[in-house]
Design a protein around this ligand. Sequence first.
Ligand code: CP
Length: 318
Amino acid sequence: MTGAPFAHRHLLGIEDLSAEEIVRVLDLAETFVEISERPIKKVPTLRGKTVINLFMEPSTRTRTSFEIAAKRLSADAINISGSTSSTTKGETLLDTARNLQAMAPDVIVIRHSSSGAPHFIAKHVGAAVINAGDGTHEHPTQALLDCATIRKHKGKIAGLTIAICGDIAHSRVARSDLLALTKLGAKVRLSGPRTMLPAGVEQLGAEVHPRIESAVADADVVMMLRIQQERLDHGATKTSLFPNTREYSRYFGLGNRVAAMLKPDAIIMHPGPINRGVELDPGIADGARSVILDQVTYGVAVRMALLYLLGGGTRPEE
Ligand code: CP
């Protein structure tokens, strides 16, 4: 397998990757897309390897696509969710990780509500650790699949204008996307209610647009984000960040009025899950410019590439 080296034991965040390493993952993911289009969707690349998916928060896309990616590479995939794990009986995350390590997995994929949990686990296990979303910090594999999807539809990332709109402050997707897209040379605009725009994002290279209309004007890509309600439901912040859902949708959502302002060839993205009618009109989510389900398709290929790189796989052509 050719390409720039990928000298990492874990994937904990986009902040650790160079532009060349991101491109290496995207190029490799392209080579894995075709496997999912075959009648028999399986290659022996990771035969004999074990991947544990430890998801301490809910997930549809990320957990399923890691499981499918592992199985298409012939690895054994084991899924553990927070609600069915012994953490409900008081076991610590560290004890959980040490016990999983005692079963000799090659890769542990972890999603956790605490920022930094994957970094903590990585210090205590021998397996490669992949961050599948930690608190409000990062969701690196989502950013990589978003980059892969944009590159497929636009042919490039450098020079594009990309508007990310919604609850930026609580979104690990926004943070990882901002890091990845700016490293690859895109111009990133962040838009949302002022209460959902974190201070200091300009220092990470973003333009801040409190109004969605100016954020999406001339944008090549518009990415809408869900309000991260699960991160707001703590004490006094619960209802204070925006007046109500109807006003949020009217002023900060992507409906037909704002969509009419978009460039004709702009694509519309969303990491999912969508709250239809809140941040995104259902007709636009399902419309011709939406590439939302392509993001999901690329999620499998990108996760196959990462399991290959970190799980010690070999391919027949090597
Ligand atoms: N985009 C994303 O992380 O979706 P899930 O929460 O369903 O995994």
